[in-house]
Each structure stands twice: as structure tokens, then as C-alpha cells.
Design a protein around this ligand. Sequence first.
Ligand code: NAD
Ligand code: MG
Length: 298
Amino acid sequence: MARDQYTFTNPAELYADIEPQKGHQPEPGLDADLEPKADLGEDSYRGSGRLQGRKALITGADSGIGAATAIAFAREGADVAMSYLPEEEEDAARIAGILQDAGVTVLTFPGDLRSKDYCRELVAKTVEGLGGLDILVNNGGKQVFNEDITTLDDQQFDDTFTTNVDAMFWITKAAVPHLPGGATIINTTSIQAYSPSDILVDYASTKATINAFTKALAQQLAPKGIRVNAVAPGPIWTPLQVSDGQPQEKVAQFGEDTPLGRMGQPAELAPAYVFLASAESSYVIGETLNVNGGMPTP
Ligand code: NAD
Ligand code: MG
């Protein structure tokens, strides 16, 4: 490996030469069709046994932040169950192969997070297939921009909430009875929770909800030794963004207004999830770890 996540590097220069391209994709979008390719840490993430023997379930694990997290978890020694949409089989198969190369058990469960039955079965099949569960990453999400609330489709509003909030609730509710003390739950929220864009009324509202859910549940589960935390990404180069996550004309400037002056890559998110999943963060509970290139947060 030429460089790994520990290589001393100026973060303003890391990835500074990568220019996002307009390249619209229909939802949910594929990493396979993203130009330029996102860095999921395939060639850089180096594990050191931080999650040895752990059993993880990750939603949206086929691409973007979830895929980078899955690669990191597997290289740290965790078995991984991957949730994703059936249309994303191409991305999921590639990631599953990378995880298998790390020598861990990999399970793939295509399905729709908007289905309560799928969410419940996802947890049951993960527990059965991995022989337990001790890391849950609620990361799958929907983001479709809309410029005018009078045209914000009721179905879109519902779908965004069902995917981002209801599924997190259903999966977490099903998972908690199986989680031992020491287990960790990590929810993916967003900078949108505090700095909502005018064109992301529904999406930003779900992310604020995820923050409150995380902080409330963290207090409830702490006495059992189950830690709940969140990661709040800033502008990260993933298929979510080019499949109507934002208008095409904004894609070329993606991330330029962050203090670091560039978009982030999924590979830069994965270490945050590893930290919160690992026992090393034993006293970190109800925290939101912002990974956003320097944008101020509350
Ligand atoms: P992504 O498109 O790679 O991942 C999102 C995943 O969500 C998809 O791969 C898909 O598997 C899953 N998903 C969506 N709808 C689903 C459904 N109905 N059923 C099953 N799975 C479904 O994009 P990403 O940016 O890596 O997104 C991951 C998380 O990060 C999301 O929660 C997103 O809101 C959050 N986030 C992203 C950014 C960013 O700039 N990319 C910023 C802040 C937060
Ligand atoms: Mg995907």
C-alpha cells in the first residue's frame, strides 16, 4: 500500500485534485457509475484488529459511506452483514468481495428499508447468520432536493422519513434484545441537522430527528452498556449526491465552501465509525462526531 489512513498528509491537499463531474443517475445511484470514482479506502484502509471478532450490520453498505465503513470494519476483523437495495447488486457484490478478501464472514441482504418486515427480518437473519450482533450502523438514507414546498410530493416526504427515520427505529427496536453489553449503535446523521439547506426541507428534518433519537436512546441504553452515537458527514462524494441529492449545477462546486475547500471522500468517514464501534470509545455516549471539512456545528 502506497499510503494508508495513518500516513501524515496535509488534508487540504489530500484529494484536492479530484474534480466532481456532473453525471446524473437515477435513484439510488451506483458507485460503479460515479465519475470520478469515490475513494472507499479499497487501496488505503489498513486494519489493526480494533474490531476483532465483532459482528456488524450496516445498512446502505453497498456504496459510499456505508461501503467504506464495511471495508474498514472487515479489515479490523469484524464479520459484516450488508443491507442495500436489489438494484444495487453490482456495487454490493464488489464490496462483498473486498470484505471476503479480509477473511471475515459476509452476508448480503438486498431489500427495501421502507418495509417493516424487511427491517425485522434483516436483524433476525443477521443474528442467525453471524451468530449474534454487536455493532449496528443505521446508514441507509434517501435525499432528493426540492425547491418549493408546494411541489414537495407527499410520497417523497413519506419515503424520506420512512427510509431515514422509521427504518432506523424498526431495525434498532428489533436489534436491541440481541445486543450484549459492549455493543454499539451508530446512526448516520448530517450537517443538514444543524445547517438545513432551503432545498432539503424533508431530508434535513429527518437528520435532526436522527440526532434527537440518538441522544435520547443513548441515555436509555447506557445503563445496559450499549452505546449509541452518531456520525454527521459534510459534503461527501457518493452516488446519493448525483441521483438528485442536489441540483446538477451544484455538483461541480461540491464541497468548495467548506473551510478545507474540497469535498470529502467516503474513506475519510470510515475511521469515525471504527472509533465509535470499538471498545476504545467506551465513555463516548450520545455524541455526534462531525466529519465535515471544518464547518462549525453546535
Ligand atoms: P449512498 O447512496 O452511497 O448510500 C445510501 C444508501 O442508502 C444506498 O446505497 C442504499 O443502499 C441505501 N438506501 C436508500 N434507500 C433505501 C431503501 N429504500 N431501502 C434500502 N436501502 C436504501 O450515499 P451516502 O452519501 O454514502 O449515504 C449514506 C448516508 O450518509 C445517508 O444516511 C446519507 O443521508 C448520509 N449523508 C451523506 C452525505 C453526503 O454528502 N454524501 C452527507 C451527510 C449525510
Ligand atoms: Mg448504493
